[in-house]
Write a protein that binds this ligand. Sequence first.
Ligand SMILES: *[C@@H]1O[C@H](CO)[C@@H](O)[C@H](O)[C@H]1NC(C)=O
Length: 140
Amino acid sequence: MQSTLCCLAIVAVSLVAATNFDFTGAVKCESDSRWCFTVRGIEVDLISDDELVKYDKCQTGEKIVKFTMVGVDDDDGLLDNNFEIALQVTHNCSSSHEKIVTSDYNSVPVKEVAYAMSKNFDLNTNQVVPEIPLVRKIKD
Ligand SMILES: *[C@@H]1O[C@H](CO)[C@@H](O)[C@H](O)[C@H]1NC(C)=O
């Protein structure tokens, strides 16, 4: 009886130890040339951020690229009951040197089994934006 209780407890702990993160969003770049980006799902850490998952792509010209990716994180055991989760994009949209933009982080309880985060990035202004209009503006 006692050994059964022991093993059930271990199974329960390992089931809550990992959290699945569903990252979605879009990046937009207005450019006449070739540009590349990498979007990362990260756990913000005092010492160094942990990369959970990444997606990269290159495009030519003005484009909106949607992304979907799944990352998993385990309890980091740093006496913190939350993951600090953010999306970060490095890119060279309309710039010859690499630029970086990081969203605000969300605190996610480590006991969560799944968590979804969606962010959109305007790479020309290097900012997180609430939404990206899918209709191209008519130029004067
Ligand atoms: C961005 O990087 C890619 C790959 O290194 C390169 O081919 C492209 O020319 C770069 N674009 C700009 C605007 O510098």
